[in-house]
Design a binder for this molecule. Sequence first.
Ligand code: COA
Length: 380
Amino acid sequence: MNLNGLPIGERPSAKASGLEGVVVADTRLSHVDGERGELLIAGRRAEELAFDEPGHFETVAERLLELASTEPQPRLHEYLAQARASAFARVPQLVQALSLPDAMDSLLAATAQGSAGSDALSVLGALPVYVAAHARLRAGQAPIAPDTAHLAARDFMSMLGLPESPARARALDAYWVTVSDHGLNASTFAARVVASTGSDVMPCIVAGLGALKGPLHGGAPGPVLDMLDATTYTDPRDWLEREISAGRRIMGMGHRIYRVRDPRALVFERALVRLAREDGENSAVAARLEHARRVEQAALALLCERHPERPLCANVEFYTALLLEAVGIPRQLFTATFAIGRCAGWLAHIAEQRHTGRLIRPAARYVGPMLSPTGAAVER
Ligand code: COA
């Protein structure tokens, strides 16, 4: 028996270990309705917000920060452009961190090293610079300087060396707006826990980045593209069945909160349709989208058979993969590109958490043994 009188080795229930349904914060930033498939960001429905106007990411980030703070916030269009320029000036000192093979490791190291001591908000400008510099350095090319006249999405694409395309910059902007915040997801929770200890902003962002790296959270879109590649010339059902039989999960499917299709998948699908239309006939985007829809339907049917009690539908990552691919972002940068958008939400949640002044400190149920000084198990 352990201290709680449970048989030694008994594990806490799955519910207790995943914190589902446990409310640990009040927030004004976003609302996720998993039953109805609705997402509100800064009070607006994500589907409407994403297609408002170009350059909207800066506006949405500004709005989130205003909601979280009682103090006036800077105009982010100019502020972030300036922050990108300052971050680029630090790139020569960060070459080692930015040259790590994995983009998220690089981003974690560069943020911890390069942004410590800087103005808290400036990290939102620094992340795209670090991601682009990482990509260029890994490709053996010189990093490209940001242009303070550009908005974040266009500037990120130009720093990556991608051809100029207003349609693709608009799609990336819609992507960042849509992923800017999403309730108390794992990375936001991680950032809030660190914020609740009274730590600086940068360690909170590093905590968020660390959580986002995991394949169950932000690391799925790369594997989604691998799945689309693997099923291009075969029946998706066979491939999906083999994955499930091997004990692997289908990436881009299932969600902790949503019991219906993730509303963000619809936003990205619409953005892809718009890109395909602009590309005209024989659009590679249109062909890929059609294939993705086939794979999604096959995965949905299979998961429905395997888990009739639990709806497992497409999540944000499924169409993220397609959208970022269509924009021209290399797949190894997908999670890091997600981090740039989500950083807006992290910063707002960090501010919101600080206002509460309350340490987040849940409890664990002890299921280990009680031992005597000789190491023998003691009954309580
Ligand atoms: N493929 C296959 N099976 C899945 C699945 C998936 N994508 N998602 C969940 N399941 C299965 C689980 O294996 C579990 O089966 P079991 O009861 O036989 O063990 C059951 O469905 C319930 O899953 P559970 O682990 O309780 O769900 P969760 O709320 O913890 O999972 C995710 C949410 C997102 C972690 C999960 O759906 C997943 O791993 N998806 C794939 C990764 C992904 O796309 N991540 C991005 C999330 S935005």
